[in-house]
Ligand binder design. Sequence first.
Ligand code: M6R
Length: 611
Amino acid sequence: MCGIVGYVGKKSAPEFLLGALEKLEYRGYDSSGIAICNDKEKKDKVELIKKKGRIRVLRETVENFKDFFGKVGIGHTRWATHGEPSDINSHPHTGASGKIAVVHNGIIENYMILKKNLMQKGIKFASETDTEVVAVLADYLYDGDIFETVRKTALSLEGSFALGILCSDFPDRIIAVKKESPLILGFGNEENYIASDISAFADRTKKICRLDECEMAVIKNSEVSFYNFSGEKINKTITEIDWNIGSSEKNGFDHFMLKEIMEQPKAVKETLSARCSNNDILIDDLTKEYLENINKIYIVACGSSHHVGVAAKYAFEKLSKITTNTDLASEFRYRSPIIDEKTLVIIISQSGETADSLAALREAKHKGAKTLAVVNVVGSSIAAESDCVIYTWAGMEVAVATTKAYSAQLSVMYMLALHIAKILNKISKEKFEKHFNNLLNLPDLIEKTLEEKTKVFEIAKKYCQRDNVFFIGRNNDYAICMEGSLKFKEVSYIHSEAYPAGELKHGTISLIESGTLVIAVATNHKLFEKTISNVREVKARGAVCLALTTEDKREEIACVADDTICVPRIPPIMQPSLSVIPLQLFSYYVALLRERDIDRPRNLAKSVTVE
Ligand code: M6R
């Protein structure tokens, strides 16, 4: 997590840096800071302002400093890993001389050893961070050649690091270094930028270059040079991205989360129309010849993206008849999964930067599998490194709690399952057409489901004071429970658990007591009676039940549940696309009623770029 930015140009660096940091605030919002070289008069030290709290606190402070002006600078927004959120632990960090300032995204794994060695030389540290060791080491090694100093420093570091470095003796440049964490350069008109994510400068340029592993760049306003860690000059290609980043305004909504929930019909429609035309699905990368030779699919992701995989597994196995496993990326990479060239590994990620998902992708490639990424952010690391990409066209998602990206990902996964089934002749032409039409109908049905908004708000008022909530369901209803529960706890800060309804009796039911809220998802008609029996069991033990089912089951479930929310009925494999909507709304409204920081929930970051 954390976001870094840098500017070298002819205009105000602080102005660019603050705006860019605001765009990257989703990467962490514990503290922020900027460092600049004041070119009006050459100084011995870089100038620095850093503050605990949101970027608006930094902005207010910077705007109050009349003399804080420079045309070269670096900035950072922090998600705390080493050391609590505080002014001192904020980036940029400097060494004793104050000449060199460093912003960092990643984790320096050997910082304790380096710190100990430097302390033995009598050097003092101010913060608890791993990053400070980079600044202090560079300061210690500095001999007047800033490039060589940074290069030697980088060679001493272990772990993941994207670095932006400024030196007051060279006020015309910043030095960028990349290992494992993402770092992208933007090329403007007599100004250049660095950032963890293109969105930081996408309003100024579409010309970009991504630094690859163990590469460095020296960035001036009219010249950029690239090097490897051996110090040899290398050539890199500048590409032009065709990406309309979309609006990051609330457009009259109180929160981005609600705006993004309401944008789901559009997100799904645009995602589908990019690949569906003339009654067919266009996925050229997965040919008949290739698909006939695979025997296993892994869907690997984190958080909500993993939940998409869990829901999609049912569609994959039912339609394509290929063994499909889902895995959390953080587990997958360390458990020696059995993968070979007959395995297709699908990585799902909104940001395209999640460290564990990226590592899982690399592991899968290393073992010979073909990798396919389902990604929302164009040009992100996962998109760049996978063998093929299917983009979700959800537009920029600002709220930390994902909603529209989740729905767009799910629609891609149905599309994929259907495409594979068709290519492998696992379904009839008629069945394909039926599923295909259902797929294209999803945006309208999601729209219809969103009309239940007011009802969900009324139900949220009734239950918003509960302290424990259980989400239960079977098969892909359980997959939706996993997502519903994550969304709910993420924004409401209320403890919740998702449980396969049939597993309750194996332990969890002992937690059910008078007044416990159980949200039962029962949209699968084959399993309806079984889930209803589980509802009766928890009700017999004092639970209150909110049921989520299809419209045609409204009356049946009303006899058992205390409250009911209904969604339109569609074939079970695609039902999660509709069932998730009321659960997103319920989470949003409970968080609203509990006055939570909905778009920026405590302790979280949208893009998890460290392990
Ligand atoms: O960007 P990614 O899709 O790779 O992110 C994965 C998770 O961090 C993410 O889905 C997270 O669980 C969401 N904040 C949940 O709303």
